[in-house]
Design a protein around this ligand. Structure first.
Ligand code: ADP
Ligand code: MG
Length: 725
């Protein structure tokens, strides 16, 4: 067998099942061990300093400089007790990953070494960050960007380093990360939602978002992974024929977890628990070697921070097991890809989930107000919301009959859908007072709305699941922050309008309940087109969605145009989440990232074909030629009777070799042509159509060759070897 593949397979079979962590006793014994929470902090600083931290956690109060020195010193003492030697600001730049730059506590003065961590280092750092994506917001000559401690997330220790969750902004104050807009969107949503709740309950002052993020991923053996340059460079297989058996028997979903993976899971869970990550669920997913884990939901910022940490922890712990965690959305053709489901709900400071249908008519009215506002928001900005998941990786998955369709819709479940239908059926043309009262009667007649929790629709990108919405289209490798701040922003906008319309009706003399009901009905009626209860994978829905004016994401580069649309720019500006130049910067960065990733994939597939596939094909051709020559020696002119199939195979192989060579050439030319285009969005479009199109063609030939060539000679680990433990 090809030496490289053989070695990888030998190594893989020698990797055994091991546990590296044997923490004592139940999880509660070590849960949060590596996190400096408020309780612990109290032991490391004066009451005054502790209260300053508390105020900044709770109300965003600014820290006094003197106190920040004391706080930093306290943090360092704790970190050193825990064995840490370094600290870092940890932020979330516009790359879907986290960034860190470690500094040692150790300092030197007059030949003496001592540990030091002062307040200014805690509060602010200036990473020379000109090489982070900034979309023109910061020129390379003005390299300064600030990372600043975000006290609302606790500091923690990972890998002997004190990690300080931070925001990242440019010298001139623009957000260069996903956290700043997210914090702003939460603020906007809180205000808007509180103003609507206040129609029913004056005591509510603030509203927060809860998130539960389900994470899907693949696990493969490290040696096999390393033997494939495509996996190493791009996170997915750019060539590779499907395995005879993959997921068709539906025997993997919820099946017994393979022991190597199970011991890896237990280990990464241990590490995650020490970081205070609220992991709760683990199971096999649909595709072979695909798995899922899910934490218990919590506050949005914390949930996102923890998901980012979780991805790091999983990858680190996997190394010890000689495994690789693949977070790419579509690592293998022909089997399901991986997503990250975002369960989103909003809850008041008095503990009421506003997306939980109530036990009383008033509560139902409040629930309907929020539901209707979400519907309106998702309807109006359906394309923007979907565009937040438009990445190169996710584009291989979305709309593929295994993942949410590429067009947005909202699934409500039959109980609620019936309620909405009867509300809409009331006189819509003439919004007279009687019709509002009529629809209140409908609400009054349902003492408690019981959405059927078993009423699930896996084909819907945005599904109501009883007390929350589940946005199911986010890609597995993405930072969900962008989807979340867009969702928060559009709902904030819609809630503001809700309140304003109710106020206007009340001012015109309408009673509150009737006014609320009128607006609920208006919102639901206006957004009826976003509601869809049927099969999102069907052809009929594709056509129906088009008829309703719902725009599908057909091309990633084209989807980014939504950031230039006035409706988008106005939205972000109005809710105070992103200024127009910040939106523009994101547009640039998205296109740039898309182009760069596709460029890497295109290079990788070209190299693999020229350096791996064609040489293997030629080698096998020679074997066939030798064989045919031998048969001719023995049988003379009658040889054709004995080698018709070898000759046929030889011809096929030759034709695929020729096709691959010329297609790779065309691929290179397509790339060169695209690279000459100055304007990034244009370049992205040419990449998405021409470069990607050529890659698909190359792949077909390569995958056909894989089927023709002697298995012993094929140099790359095959799907059947990668996908089954
Ligand atoms: P499923 O795969 O059936 O959707 P999981 O248990 O895998 O269910 O994931 C459900 C996720 O939704 C969990 O993270 C859970 O904590 C979260 N969740 C449950 N209730 C809420 C809520 N009210 N708000 C936000 N997230 C929630
Ligand atoms: Mg799940």
């Amino acid at each position: 067998m090809a030496i490289f593949r053989q070695r990888a397979l030998n190594e893989a079979s020698a990797h055994d099942v091991r546990r590296f962590y044997d923490e004592d006793g139940p999880v509660s014994n070590y849960f949060g061990l590596n996190v400096l929470d408020l309780d612990k902090m109290r032991n490391y600083m004066s009451q005054e300093a502790y209260e300053a931290v508390l105020a900044s956690v709770r109300y965003g109060a600014k820290l006094d400089r003197g106190l920040s020195n004391e706080i930093a010193a306290g943090m360092m003492t704790w970190a050193m007790e825990m064995g840490a030697t370094h600290y870092t600001h940890l932020f979330q730049p516009l790359t879907d990953s986290t960034a860190e730059k470690h500094e040692a506590f150790i300092s030197f003065k007059n030949g003496e070494a001592f540990e030091k961590f002062n307040g200014s280092a805690l509060v602010q750092q200036e990473p020379d960050a000109s090489s982070f994506p900034n979309g023109g917001l910061r020129n390379t000559f003005e390299a300064r960007g600030y990372s600043a401690w975000d006290p609302s997330s606790p500091v923690f220790i990972m890998d002997g380093t004190l990690c300080i969750p931070s925001v990242f902004v440019s010298y001139t104050g623009e957000a260069l990360d996903t956290k700043v807009p997210n914090l702003k969107s939460l603020h906007a949503l809180s205000e808007a939602a509180a103003s609507v709740v206040n129609l029913f309950d004056e005591s509510v002052k603030a509203v927060k978002v809860n998130l539960g993020i389900e994470q899907e991923y693949f696990v493969v053996d490290e040696s096999l992974y390393n033997a494939r340059m495509d996996l190493r460079m791009t996170g997915r297989t750019v060539i590779g024929h499907t395995s005879a058996k993959d997921q068709q028997l539906e025997d993997h979903y919820f099946g017994a977890i393979p022991s190597r993976v199970s011991s890896f899971m237990k280990d990464f869970e241990t590490e995650a628990y020490k970081l205070g990550i609220l992991l709760k669920t683990r199971h096999n997913e649909v595709a072979p070697n695909q798995f899922e884990c899910a934490p218990v939901y919590c506050d949005a910022i914390k949930a996102i921070d923890q998901n980012m940490m979780l991805m790091i922890v999983m990858q680190k712990v996997a190394e010890r097991h000689h495994l690789k965690v693949i977070l790419h959305e579509k690592p293998f053709n022909g089997v399901n890809g991986s997503g990250k489901h975002c369960n989103w709900s909003i809850v008041t400071d008095t503990g009421v989930n506003l997306l939980s249908p109530g036990k009383t008519p008033t509560k139902n009215l409040q629930f309907l107000s929020f539901y209707a506002s979400v519907l309106k928001a998702v309807h109006r900005h359906h394309y923007l919301l979907m565009a937040t998941v438009a990445t190169l990786g996710n584009s291989y998955r979305l709309g593929g009959d295994e993942a949410p369709p590429a067009v947005m819709s909202v699934f409500s479940g039959s109980t609620l859908y019936e309620v909405f239908s009867s509300i809409m059926e009331m006189d819509e043309v003439n919004e007279s007072e009687t019709s509002a009262l009529e629809s209140i009667k409908i609400v009054n007649s349902i003492p408690e709305i019981f959405p059927d929790n078993t009423d699930r629709n896996r084909t819907s990108p945005f599904a109501f699941t009883g007390n929350r919405f589940e946005f199911r289209a986010v890609g597995a490798s993405q930072n969900v922050a962008t989807s979340v701040y867009v969702l928060n922003s559009i709902v904030a906008e819609s809630l503001r309008e809700f309140r304003a319309e109710v106020d206007a009706l009340e001012a015109a003399g309408e009673e509150r309940a009737a006014a609320v009901m009128t607006v609920v009905r208006r919102f639901i009626t206006e957004s009826r087109d976003i509601m869809f209860e049927g099969n999102g994978y069907s052809r009929e829905w594709e056509q129906e969605a088009q008829r309703r004016g719902l725009r599908p994401i057909v091309n990633v580069a084209q989807a980014y145009e939504v950031y230039n649309e006035p409706q988008t720019v106005e939205l972000f500006d109005k809710v105070g989440v992103l200024a127009p130049n910040e939106v523009e910067a994101r547009f640039e960065i998205l296109n740039e990232t898309y182009v760069k990733k596709l460029q890497i994939e295109a290079r990788v597939i070209g190299d693999m074909c020229l350096n791996h596939v064609i040489p293997a094909a030629v080698r096998y051709q020679n074997v066939l030629i030798e064989n045919i020559k031998g048969l001719k020696d023995i049988f003379g002119d009658a040889y054709m009777n004995y080698c018709a199939s070898e000759i046929e195979t030889l011809k096929q192989i030759s034709s695929y070799i020729n096709r691959i060579s010329s297609d790779v050439q065309l691929l290179v030319e397509a790339r060169k042509k695209a690279n000459r285009i100055e304007e990034i969005a244009e370049r992205a479009k040419v990449y998405s159509l021409e470069v990607k199109g050529m890659m698909d063609k190359v792949r077909i030939s390569a995958d056909n060759l894989e089927m023709l060539i002697d298995d012993e000679m094929w140099p790359l680990p095959k799907y059947r070897e990668l996908l089954f433990f």
